[in-house]
Write a protein that binds this ligand. Structure first.
Ligand code: GDG
Length: 482
C-alpha cells in the first residue's frame, strides 16, 4: 500500500492510536521513489476495522532517524510521524525502553540498566508524542496509547486535554511489586499511566500487580477493577485496570493455511528435512525472554541420552533478528549460535542436521507453511506478555493435528489450557514434555487441538479491540455521570 495524499495541517480526529512505531514502513523502490508499505503486525490488523469505521489517525515514529515528515493519509488513516534523533533512538528506544523497562518488566531475566539521561530522553520523547496527539484530537476524542515505550503519554495528554477519553494497553507483563520497586522512576511511571481512563493488561495477574503497586506507592483505594485516583480538591477519578488478552486475526491465518500453494510448501519443507518422524519448531524474535537456550539445552540432552536421534527428530528454530544494537541481544545471539553449532557438530550427520537454525525474517506465507509442517510447536518463554506465535500455530492447524508445548509463563497459557503446559526452567520436565509431544497418539492430539481451536475462535483480535473500546466508552460515561 502506498500513500494516497497529503492532508491539511489542521485536521482533527475523533479516534487516535498512538504507538512507538507507525503501522507503515518506508521503502525506496528500484527507481529511488519513496513509498509506504503497511507493516504486517497484529496491532495493525486488530485496529484496521476500527480505524476504517472512524476515519482515525495514528501517531508514531516512522522507523528512521531524523525524518521530518509531514502527516499524510494512507489507506484512509491519517498518519502523523513523530521524529526521533539518533541520540533519542539510543536513549529513549534502545536504552530506556529496551534495556531498562523490557528486562525489568520481564522479571529481570537480564539485568536492567538504569541511567538518568535515558530517563530524561524518555520523558521528552513521551512529551513529543503527547503533544502531537493533542494537536490532532477533536474535542472529546478517544485516544488509545500502546505499550511500554509511551507510559507517560496518558498523563501528559490529560494535562493538556482533559476533554479526551484516554486508553492505554500494555503489551508486555507488569511485574510484581518487589521487582517493579527497583525502578528509580517508579512513581512517575505509575502517575503517567493513571492519566488513562482504562489501562489494559494481558493477564489478570498483570492488572493485579499494577493495582498493588498503586496501593503500595500511593495508597489509593482500589476495588477491582477500579482505582480511585484523587482529582481536584475533593473529588476523584475512577481508573479501570483490567485484563484484555490480545489475540490474532484467526480467519486470515486459517485462510493462508488452507491455500494449496502454502500446503505444498509445507510438504516441501518436510521433504527437504528428509521426512523425519518429528519436526519440532520454534519461532521467536531473538530475545532472551523467549527461552530459546532452555529449549536447545533440553533437546541437546535428549540427543545425548539417545532418547531421540538425528534423522528421527529435527528442531527448526527461526530466530528473527531483533534489537541488534543492544548489548544483551548481541551476547544472546553469540550464545545461541555457539550452542547450535555445538549441537550440530556433535550430533548431526552429513545428511541430517539436528537443528536447522534460521536467523532471518520470513514472509507470513512461509511462517504458515512452517506451522503446517511442524509436528510440535515449542513456546518456552521465560516470561511473555501473551505470545502470538502460540495462537498462530493453533489458528493454522485446521487439520486438528500438531502439539503445542507452551510455557506457563506466557500470557497465552491462561487461555490455551489444552496445550502441554511446561515450566521451561525445569529442564527434566521440558525433556519429558518434548518426548510426550513426540509420542502423543493421534486421538489425543486431535482432542487437544480441537479444544484449543474452539477457545481461540471465540476470542480473536476483533473481540479484543472491541471489548477494550467498549470498556473505554463505558468508563467515560461513568465519569460523566459523576
Ligand atoms: C509483544 C509481546 C505479545 C516473528 N518472526 C517473524 C514474524 N514474527 C511474528 C510472529 C508474531 C509476532 O512476530 C511476534 O509476536 P509475539 O507475541 O510472539 O512476541 P513479541 O514480538 O515479543 O510481542 C508479546 C505481543 O507483543 C502482542 O501484544 O503477545 O508477549 O512481547 O506474530 O508471527 N512474522 C513474519 N516473519 C518472521 O520472521 N512474517
Amino acid at each position: 500500500m502506498t500513500s494516497d495524499s497529503r492532508s491539511d495541517e489542521h485536521a482533527q480526529y475523533d479516534f487516535i492510536v498512538v504507538s512507538n512505531r507507525l503501522p507503515v514502513d518506508r521503502v525506496i523502490d528500484a527507481e529511488g521513489v519513496e513509498t509506504w508499505q503497511r507493516s504486517p503486525g497484529g496491532l495493525v490488523t486488530a485496529l484496521e476495522p476500527v480505524m476504517k469505521a472512524s476515519e482515525g489517525a495514528w501517531v508514531g515514529w516512522a522507523g528512521k532517524p531524523d525524518l521530518q515528515l509531514a502527516p499524510f493519509t494512507d489507506n484512509g488513516t491519517y498518519l502523523v510521524p513523530v521524529p526521533l534523533s539518533p541520540g533519542e533512538i539510543e536513549q529513549y528506544y534502545e536504552g530506556f525502553s529496551n534495556d531498562t523497562l523490557w528486562p525489568l518488566y520481564h522479571d529481570v531475566i537480564a539485568p536492567p540498566s538504569f541511567h538518568r539521561e535515558w530517563w530524561d530522553a524518555y520523558v521528552s520523547v513521551n512529551q513529543r508524542f503527547a503533544d502531537a496527539s493533542a494537536r490532532i484530537a477533536a474535542p472529546g476524542a478517544t485516544v488509545w496509547v500502546q505499550d511500554y515505550q509511551l507510559q507517560l503519554v496518558p498523563k501528559m495528554l490529560r494535562e493538556q486535554r482533559p476533554d479526551l477519553t484516554i486508553g492505554f494497553f500494555n503489551h508486555i507483563p507488569f511485574p510484581p511489586y518487589g521487582i517493579y520497586a527497583q525502578l528509580p522512576w517508579r512513581k512517575q511511571v505509575i502517575e503517567g499511566l493513571l492519566g488513562a481512563d482504562v489501562i489494559g493488561f494481558q493477564r489478570v495477574a498483570d492488572a493485579g500487580n499494577f493495582s498493588r503497586a498503586v496501593r503500595r506507592l500511593f495508597g489509593y483505594a482500589t476495588r477491582t477493577p477500579e482505582i480511585h485516583v484523587p482529582d481536584g480538591p475533593s473529588g476523584h477519578r475512577s481508573v479501570i485496570a483490567k485484563a484484555f488478552p490480545i489475540s490474532i486475526d484467526v480467519a486470515s491465518f486459517e485462510e493462508l493455511a488452507r491455500r494449496p500453494d502454502v500446503q505444498a510448501r509445507a510438504q516441501q519443507i518436510r521433504d527437504d528435512l528428509g521426512n523425519p518422524s518429528t519436526i519440532m519448531l520454534g519461532v521467536d524474535r531473538l530475545d532472551y525472554t523467549k527461552g530459546i537456550r532452555h529449549r536447545l539445552k533440553a533437546f541437546g540432552e535428549l540427543l545425548r541420552d539417545g532418547a531421540t536421534k538425528p534423522g528421527e527428530t529435527v528442531l527448526v528454530q527461526v530466530a528473527s533478528p531483533s534489537r541488534e544494537r543492544v548489548a544483551a541481544y548481541m551476547q544472546l545471539r553469540d550464545e545461541i549460535e555457539l550452542t547450535v553449532g555445538r549441537l550440530n557438530g556433535t550430533y548431526a550427520t552429513i545428511s541430517h542436521p539436528v537443528v536447522s537454525y534460521l536467523h532471518h525474517g520470513y514472509p507470513r506465507e512461509e511462517m504458515v507453511a512452517l506451522y503446517l509442517a511442524a509436528d510440535v510447536m515449542l513456546v518456552t518463554a521465560l516470561r511473555d506478555g501473551m505470545n502470538l506465535v502460540a495462537k498462530e500455530y493453533v489458528a493454522c492447524r485446521h487439520d486438528e493435528d500438531g502439539v503445542l508445548l507452551l510455557s506457563e509463563f506466557a500470557g497465552a497459557a491462561d487461555e490455551l489450557k489444552n496445550a502441554l503446559l511446561v515450566n521451561p526452567h525445569d529442564i527434566d520436565g521440558l525433556k519429558e514434555s518434548m518426548l510426550q509431544a513426540m509420542r502423543m497418539p493421534q486421538r489425543e492430539r486431535t482432542t487437544r487441538m480441537r479444544a484449543l481451536r474452539r477457545r481461540l475462535v471465540d476470542n480473536d483480535v476483533a473481540r479484543w479491540s472491541q471489548s477494550f473500546l467498549d470498556t473505554l466508552r463505558h468508563a467515560n460515561h461513568h465519569s460523566d455521570a459523576r
